[in-house]
Design a binder for this molecule. Structure first.
Ligand code: CDP
Length: 224
């Protein structure tokens, strides 16, 4: 909690797919001694819950996704909120291809967005947080102390995502496929992916992750 009378610290980090939001937010939160909340992880967990019913996503109604949503929860850990599905760890499942291919469909549903937003806001009621996603600085925390908008060229984002997933450098074909997947998802998510008017833009294409983190921590320190 903050030591003065100002509201507890909320920092938002938004941007397009694989722009480094989550890993950056995690490191910024650790540096500041607050907790990281990954809103994309919540959309992914809700999607994983609904996928378990086994019917085709084209058949999903918004109500059926909302009925499934309460099985997705977040548990406060030492430095972050962890995704839980029926109370259990679900990290591998929510990062899988089936969820990645379907999550944008779920994220388009307005009442699902409202449900996720309420869950994210609830974390900030009890903890100081760094929240990352696409609309954290606009729809969810319009009064955040610091808002960051992270961008990077699509190919660079694809290269990083492959490295993160496989631990290896990408070959030309894999890089092209990953870039196409990211651009397609950006397109599907474009309505809810908006920079706040007062966000600080950081283009991470040519800088290291340590540099991005340092810049954000410095900005946060100025506003704390
Ligand atoms: O890490 P990456 O950018 O690939 O995706 P993510 O942050 O895990 O988010 C997964 C999906 O959740 C996105 O493709 C969006 O469809 C949705 N999402 C959203 O609509 N709004 C947010 N605040 C966060 C994620």
């Amino acid at each position: 909690m903050s030591s003065d009378s100002r509201p507890p610290l909320v920092i938002t980090i938004d941007g397009p797919a694989a722009s480094g939001k989550s890993s950056t937010a995690k490191m910024v939160a650790a540096a500041l001694g607050v907790r990281h909340v990954d809103s994309g992880m919540i959309y992914r967990t809700v999607t994983a819950v609904r996928l378990r019913r086994g019917d085709a996503p084209e058949e999903w109604t918004e109500q059926s996704v909302l009925d499934a949503a309460p099985r997705a929860t977040v548990a406060p850990g030492a430095t972050s909120f962890e995704p839980r599905l029926d109370g259990a760890d679900c990290e591998a499942e929510i990062r899988g291809e089936a969820v990645t291919a379907t999550v944008s469909l779920v994220a388009k549903m307005p009442r699902v967005r409202a449900w996720v937003n309420a869950l994210v806001r609830a974390t900030a009621a009890d903890y100081e947080i760094v929240a990352d996603g696409r609309d954290m600085g606009t729809a969810v925390f319009p009064d955040a102390r610091l808002k960051v908008w992270l961008v990077a060229l699509p190919e660079e984002r694809a290269r990083r995502r492959i490295l993160q997933r496989t631990g290896q450098a990408s070959d030309v074909a894999a890089l092209a496929a990953e870039t196409a997947e990211l651009e397609a998802r950006d397109q599907k998510d474009r309505e809810q992916t908006q920079p706040a008017a007062d966000a600080v833009w950081i283009d991470t294409t040519g800088i290291t992750q340590a540099e991005q983190v340092e810049r954000i921590v410095r900005l946060a320190a100025d506003r704390r």
